[in-house]
Ligand binder design. Sequence first.
Ligand code: ADP
Length: 478
Amino acid sequence: METARGRVLSVASECVPLLKTGGLADVVGALPGALAAEGWEMRVLMPCYRPLKWRLEEMEEGFAEADLFGGPGRVMAGEVAGRKMLLLDAPHLYDREGGPYAGPDGDWGDNAQRFAALSWIGARIAREGLGDGWRPDVVHAHDWQAGFTPAYMDYWGSGGASSVLTVHNIAFQGWAPASLLSALRLPPQEFHPAALEYYGGLSSLKAGLVSADHITTVSPTYACELMRPEFGMGLQGVIAQRAGQVTGILNGVDTDIWSPEVEERPYNAASLKAKAENRAVLSGAFKLSVPGPLAILVSRLTYQKGIDLIPEVLPDFIAAGGGLAVLGTGDAPLEAAMRELEVRFPGRVGVRIGYDEGLSHLMFAGGDAVLVPSRFEPCGLTQMYGLRYGAVPVVALTGGLADTIINANPAAMAAGCATGLTFHPTEPPAFAEALRRLIHLHADPAAWETVQRNAMRHPVGWETSAAAYAALYRELMA
Ligand code: ADP
C-alpha cells in the first residue's frame, strides 16, 4: 500500500456525522474523505459530549491525562462512518445534559476550560504522539474552540508539527477573563497585545491567529474582508498583520446528497424537462401561481442574511410577474415580516417558518432562482445548491458569494460563462436592480437556459478544496 503523503490532526468541536450545529461540522466531516482521495491521512479530535458516550465502547484508549483542567481525561481512538476519530473523554467537561456550547441557562460558564482542554490535547498529540505511535505532520485547528491549539504548540512544544487555523466565522472569538491565564496553562509573560491579550482579556481565536503557522478562512473574498473593520469584528488588525499567511479556501458541498439527479423528479444539465414538474409541485406546496420567475429563500431569518431588505424590494418584483417561496426561522420581527408578505401577496408569496431539510430539496429543485442578499457571508451554501439545481443564484457580492457566482453581465454573457446575478452594496436599490435583471433574463428562454446550464456544470464538490488544503499542508511540511 502506498504510504500517506502526510498525517493531519484536525481539532474541532463538531464533526458530521457525530454532532452538528452548523457548517463547521460539515467541513470537518468532509475533509478526511476528500483528503484520503489525495493520499492524506487525517484524524479528527473532538470532545466526547454525552450523546457520543456510547461510541466509546468500540474505541481504544490512546492516552490518559490525570488532571485535565479539573478532572481526568483520556483520548479514545476508533473509526466512525469511515473517519478516524479521536474522542476526548473528560466527563467533568463534556458529560452533561444540553448542547455543546450552552445549557438551559445560556453558554456553559466553563467554556474557556472545556475548549482549552480540547486544544491542550490536540497540542499534546502533536508533541508526544498517540499510544500507537501516530503523530501528525500538521495540526489543523478550527475556529475559537480549537484556537488555543497553535498557542499551546508554540509555548509547550509542537513535536515538529506545523499548525493551521481555519476561521469559519469571525463573530465567535472565545473570550475569557485575564484571571484565567495561569489556569489555562498560558504563560503570563505572553499577556501583551502582540500575543495573548485582547481588549484586557483573552480570546482563544486571537491566540490561534497570532500563533498558527498559517491561517485560512472559507473563501478568498472573506479572507480580504476580514482585514477591514466592517468585517473583522475587532480582529482585523491581527489578521492584517499576518496577511502573508492568510489564504481563503472555499468550502465544497456533498454532491451525492445535493444533486437534482437523486431527487424524486430527477433532471440534469442535459435534460431540464423535469425541473418544470418540480416547479409545479413546489407551487402546489406553497399555493402559488407565478407567471414569471419563482424565487426561493432558504435561510436563517437574520440581519446578517439581509432578510430585512426583502419587503423593500419585493413589491416591484411581484408587479413584474415574480413570486417567492420562503423557508426559514430566526428573529421574530423578520419572521413576522415574511408572514405579512404572504398575506399581502396571496398566490405570489408563500412562507414556511421552520427548519425542513426535505422541503428545502424540493425548493431548490423547483425554484427558478435562489435569493441570497447577505450583508456578510464567510462562504455560504445555498448559492452552491442553487448552482447544482439550476436555481439561478441572485447574491450579494460579498464573501463566498462573490467567489462562487459569475454575474450575468454583458461580458460574461458574451463569454458564455455567467452562472447567476450579483449585486453590491447590500442595499435595496442594488438588490431591486438585480431582481429587474432576473425578470429580463427569465423572459429570454435561450439566455435563461444558458445561465441555468452553466450554473449546473459549475463544480461545487470537495475535490477543489481538498486539493487546496493538501497543497497548503505540503507547503507547511516543506
Ligand atoms: P449559515 O451557516 O450562516 O446559516 P450557510 O448558507 O452556510 O449559512 O448554511 C445554511 C445551511 O442551512 C444550508 O444548508 C441551508 O440550506 C440550511 N438551512 C437554513 N435554513 C433552513 C431551513 N429553515 N430549513 C432547511 N434548511 C435550512
